[in-house]
Design a protein around this ligand. Structure first.
Ligand SMILES: Cc1ncc(C[n+]2csc(CCOP(=O)(O)OP(=O)(O)O)c2C)c(N)n1
Ligand SMILES: [Mg+2]
Length: 346
């Protein structure tokens, strides 16, 4: 997808459309998973749409993102085709990874999506690698890592922050603080109120932003992108909330229904933005209805596409594992053996 010019009327409507599409994608996955149509495990992101859309709305197709186990929203906001993204979740061969990845491994290099990462924290070093490539090639694109609040307690995330900061890489780390890490509340896992306080220890800027406000996220991210290209990384912490459990089927003994309802009623990023645009007469009720019908139609078509696609055949398990033109291993071994004899001792 293209960048959004969020300070124009068209840009605001586009931001709303993308958030509606992400919500519709997640609601569809929720329903289809409940009906047993989607194999494996799914982690949904309803409530967090303003983070995905606000961040990705500043990026072009040349910029890269890396994501987490909760990656559907990031993928759709980055411009992945809902048909192929859903087909991947259905384990169908028309999916982005030929149906062999599923929900936690969706990737599409053409759209600048380097991959969902089921290993908590792995999105951060992957973005550092991409950022190093950009710096090495003197390119004008950046890499963005989405990182969960829980993931910031993982060692590899700190190694990534440190390397990106020290090398001045064009990377932005977006910490999506949805208050929970599986069933653990934020204050049970961290001794600070704001995770971006840690930015000081890497000598980079750290910014807190309201993750329920798409324009605020967009503006903070736009600044961080400029900084990434000129200078180096920023840590952004978007305060947000997930409505569904950690995974579909999570009994959620760690929070109350009232807490979830409170967020849905008062802090919903889509509802609040819709009301704002209606009040400002940027959006009419008819426009709103048209947007809703549009995203519903997109997802109905995606379900049909996913259902009607073929399953990945078991034999495909061996595709994409070995390089076809693998260099001759024996030739390498004998070359190394020859060289070894001339190394001598140090
Ligand atoms: C290295 C590693 N440790 C533990 C897990 C199990 N695990 C999966 S998601 C998760 C919690 C992640 O929380 P957070 O980073 O806040 O992301 P959120 O689920 O809130 O989006 C854990 C511990 C894992 N997948 N990888
Ligand atoms: Mg979390």
């Amino acid at each position: 997808m293209t960048e959004i010019d969020i300070h124009t009327d068209d840009g605001k409507i586009e931001a709303l459309r993308r958030m509606l599409l992400v919500r519709e994608f997640e609601d569809t996955v929720q329903d289809r998973f409940a009906d047993g149509e989607i194999p494996g495990f799914v982690h949904l992101s309803q409530g967090q749409e303003a983070v995905a859309v606000g961040v990705c709305g500043t990026l072009t197709v040349d910029d890269y993102i890396t994501s987490t186990h909760r990656a559907h929203g990031h993928s759709i906001a980055k411009g992945l085709d809902p048909d192929r993204a859903l087909a991947e979740l259905y384990a169908k061969e028309t999916g982005y990874c030929d149906g062999k990845g599923g929900s936690m491994h969706v990737a599409s290099l053409d759209e600048g999506m380097l991959g969902a990462q089921p290993i908590v924290g792995a999105s951060a070093p992957l973005a550092v690698g991409a950022g190093l490539t950009a710096q090495y090639e003197d390119a004008d694109w950046i890499a963005v890592a989405f990182v969960g609040d829980g993931a910031t307690a993982a060692g590899q995330v700190h190694e990534a922050f440190n390397l990106a900061a020290t090398w001045g890489l064009p990377v932005v780390f977006v910490i999506e603080n949805n208050r929970y890490s599986e069933g653990m509340r934020f204050d049970e896992q961290h001794n600070v109120d704001d995770l971006v306080d840690m930015a000081a220890s890497y000598g980079v800027p750290g910014e807190v932003v309201d993750g329920q406000d798409v324009e605020a996220v967009h503006d903070e991210m736009a600044e961080a992108k400029e900084r990434a290209l000129d200078d180096g990384p920023t840590l952004i912490e978007a305060k947000t909330y997930r409505y569904r459990g950690h995974f579909e089927g999570d009994p959620q003994p760690y929070r109350t229904e009232e807490e979830v309802e409170e967020w849905k009623e008062n802090r919903d990023p889509i509802r609040n933005y819709t009301e704002e645009l209606l009040e400002e007469e940027i959006l009419s009720e008819a426009d709103h209805e048209a947007l809703r019908s549009e995203v519903e139609a997109v997802m109905e078509e995606a379900v049909t596409f996913a259902r009607e696609s073929e399953e990945a055949p078991p034999s495909a398990a061996y595709d994409d594992v070995f390089v076809e033109d693998a260099p001759d291993v024996e030739a390498h071994r004998s070359r190394l053996a020859r060289e070894e004899s001339s190394w001598g001792t140090y």
